[in-house]
Ligand binder design. Structure first.
Ligand SMILES: Cc1cc2nc3c(=O)[nH]c(=O)nc-3n(C[C@H](O)[C@H](O)[C@H](O)COP(=O)(O)OP(=O)(O)OC[C@H]3O[C@@H](n4cnc5c(N)ncnc54)[C@H](O)[C@@H]3O)c2cc1C
Length: 293
């Protein structure tokens, strides 16, 4: 490995100055749980490493102006322990609880997970179901973009060499909104996603679905919204009977997305159970039926 400079900036301004100075030749480290592996396995050469872990100004989870705002350096443990998230955004809480091991959740950050955007990453699927927006900052200023646009290019994200992701935010779920997330993996602990599903359902006063956001992960380079399932759900009553056909619809979607992949037969069956459990949690979040977490 070639020698590199190592910096631990104390402020965001200092970090952005360094990124600007080393444009394209710097590697950012937050928790390091993804990038340290890449560095030690020599998958990456770099002139400098910028450790942003001391930028405490990027470590928060708050509700402001009707938005839930999460700083990029917030860890999964911090999210898991946040009382607002636990009570009001059950899909995101469940996502945080099931990332890696306690050690990984203590170090791994939301920013690292979103920017790394591994096909097996958990939070991008959940954040996409929440229709989240990422905030990117460089020395030149701030810009925002929907997560779906951030991931528009299938190979990489839209972050520029001189930018940091500083925040991700989404509308604070109003009364009448339920969220749920579930992943299928090959074992109970340290599960790497085989298929992930994240759902947001909004119901009107009559108990009918007025909005559905359904996102599948683990079957394409980036998480994907499933408009066919969303359109099917809108206008129907919130009930077990309404949600039941989603299992087959999701199975068809998996078959269409990865027709030739060796894992397709397993994933198309596995997703049916994931669908039943995820929508069971939606019913539970609406207080209509028990659904385990
Ligand atoms: C044993 C093990 C188990 C794991 N289990 C899971 C799991 O169950 N689910 C899951 O989703 N992931 C899992 N991971 C992957 C990893 O822990 C997560 O992706 C984690 O959230 C990465 O965050 P980090 O802060 O460690 O990122 P880092 O490794 O520090 O960085 C990851 C990438 O993001 C960039 N980056 C980080 N922060 C910023 C920022 N603010 N702005 C711009 N770029 C940035 C870095 O330059 C790098 O390219 C696992 C990893 C290990 C080693």
């Amino acid at each position: 490995m070639k020698a590199f400079n190592f910096y631990t900036p104390k402020t965001l301004t200092e970090a952005l100055d360094l990124l600007n100075q080393y444009k394209g030749r710097a590697t950012v480290i937050a928790g390091g749980t993804d990038v340290v592996i890449e560095l030690t396995e020599r998958q990456r050469d770099t002139d400098c490493v910028i450790n942003i872990n001391k930028l405490n100004e990027l470590r928060y989870c708050k509700v402001e102006d009707g938005k839930v705002k999460i700083g990029a350096l917030t860890t999964f443990t911090e999210l898991e322990n946040d009382p607002y998230i636990r009570e009001n955004v059950k899909g995101l809480h469940s996502c945080a609880v099931h990332v890696g091991s306690p050690q990984i959740r203590n170090l791994g950050t939301i920013g690292g997970n979103v920017v790394n955007c591994s096909v097996a990453g958990d939070s991008p699927t959940t954040f996409m179901a929440l229709d989240a927006t990422v905030v990117l900052q460089s020395k030149a200023g701030k810009r925002e973009m929907k997560l779906t646009d951030f991931y528009a290019n299938c190979k990489k994200t839209q972050i520029a060499d001189d930018e940091l992701m500083t925040e991700i935010y989404f509308d604070a779920p109003a009364k009448g909104i339920a969220t749920a997330t579930m992943k299928l993996g090959k074992r109970k602990a340290l599960v790497i996603v085989v298929v992930g599903l994240a759902v947001l359902v909004e119901k009107d006063d009559a108990g009918n679905i007025s909005r559905a956001q359904v996102v599948i992960g683990g079957v394409s380079p980036k998480p994907a919204r499933l408009p066919k399932v969303e359109e099917y759900l809108v206008g129907k009553p919130v009930s077990k009977a309404t949600f039941a056909p989603c299992a087959d619809m999701l199975s068809d979607a998996v078959r269409e997305m990865i027709p030739t992949r060796a894992s397709m037969p397993y994933k198309k069956e596995g997703v049916k159970g994931v669908s039943d459990k995820t929508f069971g949690r939606i019913l539970a979040d609406f207080g209509l039926q028990e659904g385990g977490r």
